[in-house]
Design a binder for this molecule. Sequence first.
Ligand SMILES: *[C@@H]1O[C@H](CO)[C@@H](O)[C@H](O)[C@H]1NC(C)=O
Ligand SMILES: *[C@@H]1O[C@H](CO)[C@@H](O)[C@H](O)[C@H]1NC(C)=O
Length: 129
Amino acid sequence: MTASRPVVVVVAMWLMVICSSVDTVAGDDLKLFTIHVKDDMASGTPCVTRVNCTGFWNKMWPGQEFHYSDLRKSRVACTAIWNDKDSIWQAFDPWRDAGHLNVYTSIREDGFYFSFDQSNWTLISKWFS
Ligand SMILES: *[C@@H]1O[C@H](CO)[C@@H](O)[C@H](O)[C@H]1NC(C)=O
Ligand SMILES: *[C@@H]1O[C@H](CO)[C@@H](O)[C@H](O)[C@H]1NC(C)=O
């Protein structure tokens, strides 16, 4: 039992180093960045989508969009609920998004698309039921 304890401590310290280093990017700490989230479900989609990026739930209808700005410091994971499905995606990630002050998410029936320029969209997460 006592022999395994130092290993646990070393692993815990290593995880702390990894986790703290991925949360911020040196030099980008004080830049304002903006997260844009748009509901791109087909119009006529009967159900509202609920999105939580900021600590409370935003109701969204097809075509609706919201954005908010923050000081660039740590990753932002958003959660969403639609019908009987839910999901989570990385709306902002300091490493992935370094050098970009605007990040865009398009919410669609088949999942969550991410873009820096609103023309090149990459599917980054799906709905789970
Ligand atoms: C919104 O998401 C955050 C982070 O996942 C969570 O801590 C918080 O409880 C959520 N807010 C609500 C109202 O569910
Ligand atoms: C589109 O975005 C992906 C992911 O960010 C990137 O790997 C790829 O190079 C981009 N393609 C173009 C044509 O910009």
